[in-house]
Write a protein that binds this ligand. Structure first.
Ligand code: ATP
Ligand code: LTN
Length: 335
């Protein structure tokens, strides 16, 4: 298919910590796999990240590291666009306009806002509240067709579609209405110590709950060995076995084997053997990425080149949509 005819994928990730295995399985792995079929934009959502207080030097470093990780998992900056959100001014501009097309009633329903407000009770800022509007702008600026994300972002995709539909209803077809792409397996990887809650990279309370993509192989093996299961001994996928089911999900996602096949493989095994199998599968998937990450992250000049070129290419596309939007709402037009 010619480059022009390909549909557009947009997705982004916050540089709010070292990405977790949940981020990898729910998002990054699919980004890599969808590259051949689509024209893609992959953003480092650092404007979203400052909705929670960040250390500036660490944020700057993590932003670069996330670009290096995108490259390490195999995203191709020659064929696609890898860029940092704050480098494209159009994001801030469109966010304001879209804020004026979003109802507080809609934002009040967002579960991520409720969760994060509870977690950061001392800093419930307006940015945290309008976070989904900034995200809608990201997607809509590039006329995206498809947005590959984990299940936790489904509600944000729905509000994006509603905002776009509302704007189009007033001004005509300005925005493409995007579809979410949520994987069948691994859309919500749960914490290893608390399999009732999603694994989250910005969690710092219990390091054993989260596998970070850059964890040393032995750290990964040990975290999986310590993962909470249950007092039963049977490896079986079932709602009443959240710990075991989560490990089966992880195994299935990294090996590409369907859940039934994964469960059958470990039938009759004890939890010890099962966990060793899952640990090895995760290490086999992540180790080559870690190796490449080391190479990319030490090549500062190349990273900067990718970021600068990405920002230019993204700005060019974003500005086309932004100009249209500004005209529609009645801002001045200069020749
Ligand atoms: P934070 O902890 O800072 O809120 P996060 O770990 O939830 O961050 P994001 O940067 O918000 O990660 O999300 C990046 C992508 O990873 C999104 O597409 C999100 O849906 C996906 N994702 C995050 N956590 C998981 C998870 N536990 N399982 C599957 N996908 C996930
Ligand atoms: N909020 C997202 C990150 C994000 C995003 C986006 C994802 C920012 N802008 C646009 C998809 C499309 C998250 O995953 N927490």
């Amino acid at each position: 298919m010619s480059e022009e005819k390909k549909k557009i994928i947009y997705s982004a990730m916050q540089p709010s910590g070292v990405p977790s295995l949940g981020n990898y399985i729910g998002a990054l792995k699919n980004w890599k796999n969808l590259q051949d079929e689509y024209n893609c934009l992959f953003g480092v959502a650092n404007m979203h990240a400052i909705t929670v207080r960040q250390n500036p030097a660490e944020l700057r470093q993590r932003t670069k590291d996330l670009v290096a990780l995108f490259l390490a998992i195999g995203l191709d900056p020659e064929k696609h666009i890898i860029y940092v959100q704050s480098d494209v001014k159009a994001h801030a501009e469109i966010a304001w306009i879209l804020n004026c097309f979003t109802y507080m009633g809609e934002l009040n329903r967002m579960t991520q806002f409720k969760d994060k407000s509870a977690k950061h009770a001392d800093n419930i800022n307006a940015g945290l509240y309008t976070y989904p509007v900034l995200m809608a702008g990201d997607i809509l600026l590039y006329q995206s067709d498809l947005v590959p994300v984990g299940a936790d972002q489904k509600q944000h995709l729905e509000i994006c579609r509603d905002i776009a539909g509302r704007f189009n209803g007033v001004y005509g077809d300005v925005f493409k209405i995007p579809d979410p792409y949520i994987p069948k397996v691994g859309a919500r990887i749960m914490g290893l110590q608390n399999p009732e809650r999603k694994m989250s990279k910005s969690e710092s309370d219990n390091v054993n709950n989260v596998i970070y993509i850059l964890d040393e192989p032995n750290v990964i093996r040990n975290k999986i060995k310590r993962a909470v299961t249950d007092s039963d001994t049977e490896v079986r996928y079932s709602e009443d076995k959240p710990g075991v089911s989560n490990l089966l999900n992880i195994y299935s996602a990294v090996t590409g084997k369907p859940i039934d096949e994964a469960a059958a493989e470990f039938k009759g095994c004890g939890y010890g053997e099962f966990k060793t199998g899952v640990g090895e599968a995760v290490v086999a998937e992540l180790e080559p990425i870690q190796q490449r990450f080391k190479e990319y992250s030490s090549d500062k000049a190349y990273l900067e080149k990718v970021m600068k070129e990405g920002a230019e290419k993204a700005s060019y596309i974003a500005n086309k949509t932004l100009t249209k939007v500004k005209k529609k709402v009645g801002y001045p037009i200069y020749k």
